[in-house]
Every structure is written in C-alpha cells, then in structure tokens.
Design a protein around this ligand. Structure first.
Ligand code: GTP
Ligand code: SPV
Ligand code: MN
Length: 608
C-alpha cells in the first residue's frame, strides 16, 4: 500500500488493509470528494459502458445508467439483521447468525475484487463535524456507488479530518461480487443476484453487502446505516431514526414557520410531499421549505421540544410519475449534476419516463437499451414501459429551489407534527388526527400500504408497515414500539401531534378520489391549524377528522359526494382489515406493549 495515506487513524488503516487482503483488488483508492475525482468517476462509468453522458445543453453534468434488469430494487428477502441474539431481530426481520453469516460472506468476498479498484469512501451522515452527525466508511468496487454516495452523503478528506486519529466509524463493506480475469472487462453492470446479501451487525455497527449495485442495497449510508444501524444506536442513546421526510411550512401572513415530518412507505409520496408547491389560490398564504425527503434523525430536547435533521445530502427519488405538474421542485433538482438510473433516453440525448409529459415521445431507447415507441408491446401483447417503475434520479439537495435555509442547521428544526400515511385504495379516509400520543403510536404501528416497485414482491398487496419502517428497523419491532412510547414520555406535554393521511383512495371505477400533490396543501393547512389550536374537527372511530367546512376549498371544486366518499370510515372492509392487524400484533408476542393492544381492542369496539 502507498505510504501517503490521507489519514493516521490506525484502526481505519488496519481495517482497510485487512479487507484489501481478503478482497484482493488491483488497486486501492481513497476518495477525497473533490470535483475532479467526481469527473473521473463519471467518465470511468461512461468508459466502462454502464453510463452515457446526457446532452449537456439539456442536462449539464448528468449521466444515464442502465442497471442489470435483475438488479433494480432493494431485496428484502436477502436482507439480514445479524444481532447476537435471534430474539433481538424480531418477527419483521430475517435474522442471520452473525458468525455463520459472516463466514458465508467472507467466502463470497474472497478475491471478489480481482481486476477491480477498491474505493475507500469516508462519509458523514449529517453536516460534516456537526455533533449530531455520524461517520461511516464504505469500501466498494463500484464507481457508480462512489458517484452516488458523493451526492447522497458528504464524502472525502474533510470527513477524515473530523474522524481524526481515533474517531468512531460505522464499517461498511460492499462489492458487486464479480471479479475480473486478466484483461477481461466483464458486464457493464456487474452483479450476482443469486448470492446477494445485505447484512447488518448492530452490536458491531457493521454492514456487509454483496452482489447488488442498486440503491439501498449498495449506497450503504442510506437504509443500512441511517436507518437499520442508526435505529439501533438511537434506541440505546434516546433518539429516533425514521423513514420520514421533513418539511417546513411558512405562513406568509404571520411569518410563523412550522415543521412536519411524515412517514410514508417506499414510493408512497415522501419526495413529493417534501417539495409541495401550494396551489395558486394558497400561494399568497404559504411557502413550503424542504429539509429532507427520506430519512429523519429526531431528538427530544431537554426543554421538551423535538428537533430533527436530515442525515442525507441528496434525493434518490422515484422518477416515474415525477413531472412539472406533480413535482416541479424535483424536476428542478434533477435538471443538472444528476445520475439517472433505469429511465429512457430521448433522441436528443435527454431522459424521459412514464408520467414526465402527457404525450409520450415518438421514439426512445428504453431502460434496457432497446428501441422503444408508444406501440412497443411484449410477447403477450402488453405495452412495454420505457422506464423501470423503480427508476430513480440521484440529485444534490442543494439543487432544490425550496431547500430550507435551516436544512444544514446542526441543531435541526423543531417539529410540530408527525404524519403517517400509506397507499390505501379503500377504507382509509384522507386525513385524521390521533386522539393522543399513545393512539398515534398505535396508528403508526398498524399502518399498512399496498406494495410498490421499490422492493421485490407483488405490487398492490396490502401489508403492514409499522411507521413505514418495516424493512428498516434494525431490531425487534416490539422494542421499537416501546421506544416510540418512551420517547413520547420524554417529549412531555408539548410533544408533536400525530396524524394519518391517505392520498390514494379510489372510486369503485378505480379513479383517484383526491387530486393529491400540490392540493395536499389543503390537508397540511388543516393539520397545522390543529397544531396551532385553531382547527376544528369531529370525533370519529378512527380519530379527529375535519368536516368539509373545516378545509380550505379556495380554488378547488370538490363535491359533497366526493368528500363523503373520501372521508367515509370504511364499514365492513375496514373492520376486516383492522382485525387482520391482530396477526402482526400477535407476531410481536411478549414484546408487544400492552398499550398498543389496548388501542387495538378499543378500535375494534368502536368499529363493531
Ligand atoms: P422512496 O424514495 O421509495 O422512499 O419513496 P417516496 O415516499 O419518496 O415516494 P415519491 O414521493 O417518490 O412518490 C412515489 C410515487 O407516488 C410517484 O409515482 C408519485 O407520482 C406518486 N405520488 C406521490 N404523491 C402523490 C399524491 O399525492 N397522489 C397520488 N395519486 N400519487 C402520488
Ligand atoms: C426506498 O426504497 O424507500 C428508497 C430507495 O428510498 S432505496 O434507497 O433503494 O432504499
Ligand atoms: Mn425511502
């Protein structure tokens, strides 16, 4: 190894040396985080054939990457929590025996970087040097991971400086799992789906990932560290790591600013809500500021307030459905400096995806690299999508015009409301408020959502997703719910109010009942009115709900019939679904907090 290492951190140097001898790369490269390095990384991706430069006049400094079609989303079936004791992983996680799992991965790692470069990425989750930030170091053989981590986190020499000679860091090892023989170049997007494992060792604060190069499987700062490992750290240390966006709402008339966090499952609208543009009729009253779109680290303060930071530095956003109508701020965010993955290429060297424009382009190269026209069908005559449903853009947060001036404040922003929500075609109303904290924790615990393309599995199937954290809680879900209840006690009387929303209710004919997107401002306004003590509500079986007159309808025609359909507390099917939640609660066993079961019994009684 070179003698001019950028650090004197003995443990880090030793760790990298040990892994180098196992992985056997041709070269080791310590990332400095510079612009020049980023250019080289991006050019290396183009040279290897996995990426193409987009037309610099349309998308300056931006790349289109096509993954292997087998490696397009998180793989929960191969994600393991390897706590020392099996019971600490709980029923929502797959447990792996730490010794056996490590041994299995070590075999896979042996020599797996032959013919490749090992990149060492020091990264900070949270502003570099801030007291709430935590540092990780990722070892990877993927230039794509380096380029994405540079957008999604803060990387490089400045992180090593903060780490010093003996600072603590989370150890993250990643390989695409495809060694190269002498002179061989290998596939453009190397991966090993049969041997993919995403494994977490909460006690050792360590992550070992093998075989996948995509998103949350490979960008280890994101779900692996900032949620799974961090949730376990947070439980020990008295804070919370949540799958939540953070937004600020400024009342332009009074100047008052409130902050809200919201937990929606993957591909259920966090990025969209975080960047909401109020409808024209409300634009004189409100301005939305974006702090985060996916992850929040939340800390109760000694004065009883609750503050949150976004540990990330970019958006890894769902492309399909994003347009100038639905989310102009996301469109602006990815107008330059962006890495697009699995979207389509236009004839003039720009990108396109389903929903970007009303009219489909006449000709594209689709996400698999094939010729595409609106008439293209597969062998069964089914229309072929030009982009994968989980196609993503990786864009710097600072490109977002609504980025909050406070977004990098190391003290975080003060939170006034927690919102839960999911995709529920039937039976769940647009919005309601929890009666109290305990009821709010119950709402989060039993929330459900129809599955999306963000993970493998059958799209559309309803599944329980406690706090939108089901795939991301790094320990036992029963202990997690208890932690939420405990945090509420720690927060005291002025703790944030809890709400539940559902943008996704449909008519019998399958049409959206609620226009969503910017119109969600109306719901947000009611939520803030409730927080600020001015909003009216009625008590229903689910919680406190607005009646139609409680909402601002300025500029939106909405019939009483549609309102009733949207707000109906859904009869038989709801009771069935609620009873179905008992299976999740039962699976938690002894660790289920009694207060949560009590809320379940009360809800069934109210609905019966
Ligand atoms: P992850 O990054 O996977 O955690 O997802 P996310 O929660 O940030 O989801 P995102 O905001 O990217 O939205 C995913 C999909 O939901 C997109 O296709 C959006 O168009 C759609 N969507 C978002 N908000 C709304 C809404 O208010 N109404 C409707 N009907 N669809 C929405
Ligand atoms: C999600 O699936 O919730 C995401 C994308 O935000 S990934 O980083 O792949 O987890
Ligand atoms: Mn997410």
């Amino acid at each position: 190894m070179s003698t001019t290492l950028p650090t004197n951190h003995k443990e880090l140097i030793k760790w990298v040396e040990e892994w180098t001898s196992i992985l056997k790369p041709d070269a080791v490269y310590w990332c400095d985080g510079s612009e020049d390095e980023d250019k080289k990384m991006r050019q290396a991706m183009v040279d290897s054939g996995v990426a193409v430069w987009l037309n610099p006049e349309k998308r300056p400094n931006s790349l289109l990457v096509r993954s292997d079609p087998r490696d397009v989303a998180r793989v929960e079936s191969r994600t393991l929590i390897c706590s020392e004791k099996q019971e600490d992983a709980g029923p929502t996680n797959q447990w792996g025996d730490p010794k056996e799992t490590r041994a299995k991965l070590m075999k896979l790692y042996e020599g797996c970087m032959k013919g490749r470069t090992l990149y060492v990425i020091p990264f900070s989750m949270g502003p570099v040097g801030s007291p709430i930030a935590h540092i990780g170091v990722e070892l990877t053989d993927s230039a794509y991971v380096v380029a994405n981590m540079r957008i999604m986190t803060r990387i490089g020499t400045k992180v090593l400086e903060v780490l010093g000679d003996d600072g603590a860091f989370v150890k993250c090892v990643h390989s695409v799992g495809v060694p190269l023989a002498e002179g061989e170049t290998g596939p453009a997007w190397p991966c090993d789906p049969e041997n993919t494992y995403i494994t977490h060792y909460p006690e050792a604060r360590e992550i070992l990932s093998f075989g996948s190069g995509y998103g949350g499987n490979a960008l280890l700062g994101k779900k692996c560290f900032a949620l799974r490992i961090a949730s376990s750290m947070a439980r020990e240390e008295g804070w919370m790591a949540e799958h939540m966006l953070i937004l600020g709402v400024q009342n332009k008339k009074t100047g008052k600013k409130n902050y809200v966090t919201a937990a929606f499952p993957s591909a259920c609208g966090k990025t969209n809500f975080a960047m909401l543009i109020p409808p024209a009729e409300m634009a004189d009253d409100y301005q939305i500021f974006t702090v985060g779109d996916d992850i929040a680290w939340i800390k109760p303060q000694p004065d009883g307030s609750v503050r949150a930071i976004n540990p990330e530095a970019g958006w890894f956003g769902v492309a399909p459905g994003t347009s100038n109508d639905t989310n102009p701020m996301a469109m602006e965010s990815c107008s330059k400096d962006t890495i697009f993955t699995n979207v389509a290429l236009t004839d003039d060297g720009d990108v396109w995806w389903e929903g970007m424009t009303k009219e489909e382009p006449a000709h594209l190269i689709d996400w698999k690299g094939n010729e595409w026209t609106p008439a293209t069908v597969d062998a069964n005559g089914k229309k072929v999508l030009s982009s994968h449903p989980n196609a993503r853009f990786t864009a710097p947060a600072c490109n977002c015009p609504t980025i909050d001036p406070e977004w990098e404040n190391p003290a975080g922003v003060k939170i006034d409301a927690f919102v839960f929500g999911g995709r529920r075609m039937r039976d769940i109303p647009l919005v309601f408020q929890a009666y109290n904290w305990q009821h709010g924790v119950f709402l989060g615990a039993t929330m459900g959502s129809e599955q999306t393309a963000a993970a493998e599995g059958k799209v559309g199937q309803l599944r329980n997703d406690p706090m939108a954290m089901r795939p991301f809680i790094g320990y036992h879900v029963g202990d997690y719910l208890k932690h939420w209840l405990d945090m509420g006690k720690k927060m005291g009387e002025n703790r944030p109010a809890v709400f539940h929303v559902n943008w996704f209710r449909k008519t019998e004919e399958g049409k959206w009942l609620w226009p969503g997107f910017g119109q969600n401002m109306r719901v947000l306004e009611w939520i803030l009115n409730r927080c600020n003590g001015t909003g009216h509500a009625v008590e229903t079986a689910l919680g406190f709900s607005p009646v139609k007159e409680d909402m601002n309808w300025n500029g939106l025609e909405f019939t009483d019939e549609d309102w009733d359909a949207l707000m109906k507390v859904g009869g038989e099917t709801l009771l069935e679904t609620v009873k179905g939640n008992q299976a999740l609660l039962d699976s938690i066993g002894d660790k289920l907090p009694k207060d949560i079961q009590a809320e379940q019994d009360l809800l069934i009684a109210r609905l019966s």
